[in-house]
Design a protein around this ligand. Structure first.
Ligand SMILES: NC(=O)c1ccc[n+]([C@@H]2O[C@H](COP(=O)([O-])OP(=O)(O)OC[C@H]3O[C@@H](n4cnc5c(N)ncnc54)[C@H](O)[C@@H]3O)[C@@H](O)[C@H]2O)c1
Length: 469
């Protein structure tokens, strides 16, 4: 079965019962017996699989073959010893023999930083050549599972072609290939294997997805199945996020210390908010932040840090990063070459008439400056004295928006239809309920620039462009 898995449609939970998982144990080879591979090897054998470990490092192979851990890792030594004693676990430097005598191969060789700062995939390429040569003389269907942390494209554009070239076989037809990121933490890797934060399969065929689901069934009955590229990037995004959290917490610590404030007391309260702070909220790509609080408070905190003589490079980068998102939106609109642009939603979010530091106003100001005609619709906003009062409030933060506020009574329309009339491009910055039917009537005529990911919109249509997708 050869099935393309689209990023959007196939990212879903795989219900093991749907897969008809039986009590069947595959024979698994694990190539690369470092921190990831040695743990996988030991844990897979503890689940009852016959496993063969492979490494170029003879010392590691010897240690593991004797049931001894080559690294310091809780419970690893015991599991390796048990695997060897139960005749389930062996280790070798002979990669081809390991592939011939197993059904599935996990690849967990090192991917260090390359000379240019990128990812060094040379070990993966070397292993792919050996796998290809081994598969050239193996009749049965074999599955290769890449577990290394790699840039998107490595599995299908680097590893797969090498295996195909050396095996003279075709992926999806003669062998399966997939990506299965590793989320273990050193120090608690064995415990994490048995209780993973999530299990992700990046696959291109259902047979391979089923085989992986069978292996992981006893530790995670609900793996997340997605495309190979999404799975590859998820691992990087996870680690960048963890690094972001560490730097954020440390910058808060640096801010607190000179003021004599206990940073742990602050963060203990911070982490208790699982509605807005530690939650999916604010974590979907979209438009810039704005409103009366976020920009103002970020400026106030960085100003405070300056005053205290502290460096907070991450927090200092927030306003420039936000401005870059406004610039991206403006570029998307300009690239449509529209002469008339309709903006759907001008407050910084739906359900408020607060225009203060709404980032779409910056886009409107730039469009007006370029001589592009702008109309807008926002069900919450009526021009009037309170709009001028809001502008007074942000006079120091955004003096350049005066022209937009002055022109508001003219460009703000009463209905979405009037705003959309004759528009060549529509910028959607809010999910306005009346927008859908109005947009449907403009389908062929105007390019839709989506800053919010309109629910259920097809990101593939030719007159549609999304800001981060
Ligand atoms: N260490 C972690 O906590 C962790 C967690 C998740 C993902 N990862 C990723 O998993 C991968 C492996 O990480 P690691 O920390 O286990 O690396 P490691 O350096 O500890 O181990 C890699 C092993 O691969 C072996 N190797 C290299 N070339 C080989 C070849 N051609 N054939 C056979 N063996 C070969 C090396 O001898 C070494 O034993 C990396 O991509 C890493 O980014 C690591």
């Amino acid at each position: 079965m050869n099935m393309y898995v689209s990023n959007e449609q196939f990212a879903r939970k795989l219900d093991a019962s749907e897969l008809g998982i039986q009590d069947f144990k595959d024979a698994i080879s694990v190539i690369g017996l470092g921190y990831v591979g040695a743990v996988s090897l030991a844990c897979l054998s503890s689940l009852g699989h016959r496993v063969v470990g492979v490494d170029v490092d003879e010392k590691k192979v010897d240690a593991i073959a004797w049931g001894q851990s080559p690294i310091v890792e809780d419970q690893l030594g015991e599991l390796l010893t048990r695997g060897v004693d139960n005749d389930l676990l062996s280790a070798t430097t002979d990669i081809k023999r390991a592939i011939w005598t197993t059904d599935i191969t996990f690849v967990s060789v090192g991917t260090p930083t390359a000379e240019d700062g990128g990812c060094d995939t040379r070990a993966i390429e070397a292993v792919a050549r050996s796998i290809g040569e081994a598969l050239a003389v193996k009749d049965s269907f074999h599955i290769i599972v890449l577990r290394c942390s790699v840039p998107p494209g490595t599995t299908l554009k680097v590893m797969k072609p090498i295996i195909e070239r050396y095996s003279h076989k075709t992926a999806g037809q003669d062998f399966g290939i997939c990506f299965n990121p590793e989320f273990l933490r050193e120090g608690s890797a064995v415990a994490d294997f048995h209780e993973p934060p999530k299990t992700v399969f990046g696959v291109t065929d259902q047979y391979t997805a089923r085989a992986l689901a069978r292996i992981y069934a006893s530790v995670d009955i609900n793996p997340i199945v997605t495309s190979v590229e999404v799975a590859e990037l998820v691992k990087y995004v996870d680690n960048v996020w963890h690094a972001t959290k560490v730097c954020f917490a440390n910058e808060i610590g640096r801010l607190c210390k000179p003021m004599g404030i206990d940073s742990h007391a602050v963060m203990d309260i911070f982490v208790q908010d699982t509605k807005l702070n530690l939650s999916p909220y604010y974590l979907k790509p979209g438009f810039a932040f704005g409103g009366s609080c976020l920009p103002k408070e970020v400026r106030a905190v960085t100003h405070l840090a300056d005053h205290l003589g502290i460096d907070l490079p991450m927090l200092d980068a927030l306003i420039p990063s936000n401005q870059e998102q406004v610039r991206q939106a403006l570029n998307l609109v300009k690239r449509t070459c529209a002469r008339k642009v309709a903006i759907m939603g001008i407050a910084f979010k739906p359900g408020t008439d607060d225009l203060r530091e709404s980032p779409i106003l910056d886009v409107i100001a730039e469009l007006m400056k370029s001589g592009i005609e702008v109309t807008a619709y926002d069900p919450a906003i009526q021009p009037g004295p309170h709009i001028s009062q809001q502008f007074d409030y942000m006079r120091h933060a955004a003096p350049h928006l005066q022209t937009v506020v002055d022109a508001l009574p003219e460009f703000l329309k009463e209905t979405p239809e009037t705003a959309l009339a004759d528009a060549d491009a529509v910028v959607v910055s809010q999910n306005i309920p009346a927008l859908r039917s109005a947009l449907a009537s403009k389908k062929e005529e105007a390019v839709v620039v989506d800053l919010i990911r309109i629910p259920n919109n097809a990101p593939t249509s030719s007159n549609y462009v999304g800001i981060g997708w």
